[in-house]
Design a protein around this ligand. Structure first.
Ligand code: PEP
Ligand code: MN
Length: 342
């Protein structure tokens, strides 16, 4: 059982919940987030039912959910949530395009990529300053210098910024620059990192682990929610299968399945799924068709010179096809395409 406190709940009101639970022989674990405090209860649930915790001052909700993940489950919250990133919605009524270079390499390359993203209809700019690379010899990103370039690109284009954080110790630094924090596939079960982003007041994009089941993915989201941050968007980016003809297998089924299990928005990254430029637009169309709330694509002004993931980066001609799909398909499914105007 989980007790969600109102955003105005005082420390005394939280303490009163803890004392009531402990007096009934249970344990209460308090997680104080920026937006809300969550109290997790361990012990005899039937006994807790008799305590009428919902009536205590400062309590907003008492969640009695049998599934392993509670705060992110649809059972807890029947309406699909909308996550707003610096004014840009990601949710059930809209469709949001996110685009940018896989890695921030130089100021010139990033600004050029941001202009390409904006021209293609993207409303959020994504670029990596901290890159989780398979090889320790590969380009690891520019770090804080990259975050500064992203902030400059936001200034020039007006596009809010999404960027990855790979280490719990870097969360405050990255949150100072970013409008949304990305947790990459390799870190989906880095629990210290999940708790750190759960304690910060910025939306989080949680990518699915390379070989994570949907339940493991939702449990990872629960780690973030349990720290008080429910502004989470789940991102399907392909899973590892026996197939070697492309990089990963985009699990299109995950989109409607996760929508049925969770109230969180679900998006797709077709670039990291296919790993090849020619697959990105077809996979993006598939993502829109199965009900993704957003997609995120890699692009680059000069993919041949890219320091990371050049083969999957879109160039102008592919972006035209992508823009067409993004303008035309979501309205057929009852969604409004989010534009820079709103
Ligand atoms: C990325 O988005 O740049 C990235 C590294 O993706 P993933 O974590 O999905 O591999
Ligand atoms: Mn990449």
């Amino acid at each position: 059982m989980v007790v969600v406190m109102t955003s105005e709940a005082t420390a005394e009101e939280v303490e009163a919940v803890v004392r009531t639970v402990e007096a009934a022989g249970g344990d209460a674990f308090v997680s104080r987030g920026v937006h809300r405090t969550i109290v997790g209860l361990v012990g005899d649930v039937e006994r807790f039912e008799t305590l009428n915790l919902a009536a205590l001052p400062g309590v907003s909700d008492v969640v009695r959910i049998s599934s392993a993940y509670k705060l992110v489950s649809r059972e807890n919250h029947p309406e699909t949530s909308t996550v707003t990133v610096a004014g840009v919605p990601i949710g059930p009524d809209t469709f949001t395009l996110i685009a940018g270079p896989c890695a921030v390499e130089t100021e010139e390359q990033t600004i050029a990529a941001a202009e390409m993203a904006k021209a293609a209809g993207a409303v959020l700019l994504r670029g990596g300053a901290f890159k989780p690379r398979t090889s320790p010899y590969a380009f690891q990103g520019l770090g804080e210098a990259g975050l500064k370039i992203l902030a400059e690109a936001r200034e020039k284009t007006g596009l809010p910024v999404v960027t990855e954080v790979v280490d719990a110790a870097d969360v405050p630094l990255v949150a100072d620059y970013a409008d949304m924090l990305q947790i990459g596939t390799r870190n989906m079960q880095n629990f210290a990192l999940l708790q750190a982003v759960g304690s910060i007041g910025k939306p989080v994009m949680l990518k699915r682990g390379l070989n994570a089941t949907i339940e493991e993915w939702l449990m990872a989201a629960e780690y973030i929610a349990q720290r008080g941050n429910l502004d989470i968007v789940l991102c399907e980016r392909g899973i590892r299968t026996f197939e070697t003809a492309y990089r990963n297998t985009l699990d299109v089924s995950a989109v409607p399945v996760v929508h049925s299990l969770s109230h969180l928005p679900v998006m797709v990254d077709p670039s990291h799924a296919g790993g090849k430029r020619e697959l990105v637009v077809p996979l993006a169309r598939a993502a829109i068709a199965v009900g993704a709330d957003a997609i995120m694509v890699d692009l680059h002004p000069e993919p041949g010179a890219a320091l990371c993931d050049g083969p999957q980066a879109l160039v102008d001609v592919d972006l035209e096809a992508l823009t067409k799909a993004v303008r035309e398909m979501p309205p057929m499914l009852g969604r409004r395409v989010v534009t820079i105007e709103g």
